[in-house]
Design a protein around this ligand. Structure first.
Ligand SMILES: [Zn+2]
Length: 199
């Protein structure tokens, strides 16, 4: 017999982090995550919860130069994607960020990649300045940038809720997504869905 999922109320000290929900990672994009657009309406419901309570929202994005080291032309693993200023780098048009949302750009230099929203950014300093201790994290892709953002958040001492209904994986190997989810939970992330917020 399963007990009802524990309800969580978002409150002061909580923040929502939306990872890399950019056109190039959506169907039709240059590095499309299968079913990636499915996270948009779900994230909008989380965004509405945080927005209604005036809690901080952060949106990370890949913001690469055209000669970025992660691109195949330079020996990297990926096709060109999320080149700064292009349509592919823009956030999904359907995402409803509150006006005060903070954009965190990453991997902006040619010779360094960053899967984590904390890597080479001021995200952690911003969270600490706002006394944020509990993070709700969703977005794309579960097996790369979400995984690494969650890992860094936990190692920096944040409590992390993983929004399992608002992530999708690239799945280069078919079980990369489930493996990433298991790894995030092993590291201490707590899996939740919208139902946990009572929405
Ligand atoms: Zn990238």
């Amino acid at each position: 017999m399963t007990s009802p999922a524990q309800k969580i109320s978002v409150s002061a000290g909580n923040a929502l982090i939306v990872v890399d929900v950019q056109n190039d990672f959506l169907p039709g994009g240059s590095l499309a995550v299968p079913d990636g657009d499915a996270v948009v309406p779900v994230l909008n419901r989380y965004l509405a919860e945080f927005s209604a309570r005036e809690l901080p929202v952060y949106a990370t994005r890949d913001w690469h130069p055209a000669n970025h080291c992660s691109f195949k032309a330079r020996g990297g693993p990926w096709p060109p994607h999320c080149v700064a200023g292009t349509h592919g780098a823009q956030f999904a048009a359907g995402l409803k960020f509150p006006t005060g949302a903070t954009v965190i750009s990453k991997a902006e230099k040619p010779d360094k990649d960053a899967y984590s929203g904390f890597e080479g950014t001021d995200l952690d300093a911003r969270l600490r300045a706002r006394k944020v201790k509990r993070l709700f994290i969703g977005g794309l892709a579960a097996d790369y940038c979400v995984l690494n953002t969650v890992r860094d958040a936990l190692s920096l001492g944040h409590e992390v809720y993983l929004l399992t209904d608002a992530i999708r994986a690239v799945n280069i190997n078919p079980d990369d997504g489930p493996k990433a989810e298991a790894e995030m939970q092993r590291l201490g992330a707590k899996p939740i869905t919208l139902a946990a917020l009572g929405t």
